[in-house]
Design a protein around this ligand. Sequence first.
Ligand SMILES: [Zn+2]
Length: 406
Amino acid sequence: MAPQFLNDFSKEVMTPKNVKKIFIFMEKIFANFSSQNITSKFYCYFSPKNFVIFRIKSIILFPAAIIRILISMQTSSSFQDFFYFLFECAAIFIEIILNKIEETLSDLIETPGNLIQDFLDSIANSLDESHPIGRPLQKVVLWLGGVISTVCVLISGLVKGIGSILSGLIGGLLRIIGSILVLNGPQILIGAWDILSGTLSAIILTGGHVIILIQSILLLQPHRRPLNEKEKRILSKIFQSSLALYNIRLVEGWCGFFMYDNRPFNFGNMVFTKDFRVSDEPDLLVHECTHTWQFQNVGARYLADAILVLTFMKNPYDWQNEINMGKDRWVLFNRESQAQFMEDIFMKGKIEGSGSKRVGVFYDADNETKVGRFSVKRRNFTELANDAVDTVRGRISTRLSRLFFG
Ligand SMILES: [Zn+2]
């Protein structure tokens, strides 16, 4: 039995209105840090339109909320939700901290490799091809740059892999413990998948990087090139400071092992465009770089998540299916639907009152002077599109390369 003064205090302070404020406050903090697998239940509570400006008062009310919850422990079912929410918050918090650390560290390894490659590329391009040894020397210099940068990508991928294993393990265990404590069976599966997905992704990432390194050494894949200015302009307009562009590299044309189908393919910071030309089809760049955004902001685990839906879902790209399943936030969509949604906004989004049919205009919207509109077959998805854009841009990349090279 709680002391009487606690009861009185909580009754006075913890009015339903104040409780809502606290939830909104917590959501505001954690929305930025959320990964896709956050409990949909809590996201459904808080649609973006419910967001309020953060108020200092909420901080003061927060300990009071805990007291109230503790008092009503055995009777209220919402306590279970809240209790699980605390574990979810802890899991997300640790995941985001680990993600920021792994991003910073891996970038410190990947960037020098790409700088060396860019430097060697410029030397190779300045060599006189008409000279008898000009061309062979050019090929050797290009090859060397490719191999050095790919070794760095492999090592930086190991850092990302370790981060993925750790965040999967800690986040997953917290979710499992939380689920057991509130006796929520299905949630245990989510925790178990976190652990499995984190480890599996680390293995896939490392394996893929080893294959890429071997292909680079044996000249089995084309030269990796940095983004050009036009591609950078498109991506920075969409993703703003949430995506570091310098280490994103395109591999154009036949790409050995990765030619198992002809769809463009994303692997971490690398995009294999295969037979497509992103200059003709920039929407593909938007799609594949949304996966890069996932890699940088969620972690390597996006790989296993994507493979899971590609294997078991009928049409993982159809985001309207996700909405029909009750997912009313972009962050809840599966990895392929997330990428497809960003691509579709790019292709079909508009600005209210403007006749512009230019692709990508939706991403110019400031919702004051330019109001975006996104509808498909007369169904209006503008609110969801704004949610997606806000969620994506809400993350800030901690890659130092972004500060220096974009
Ligand atoms: Zn995709």
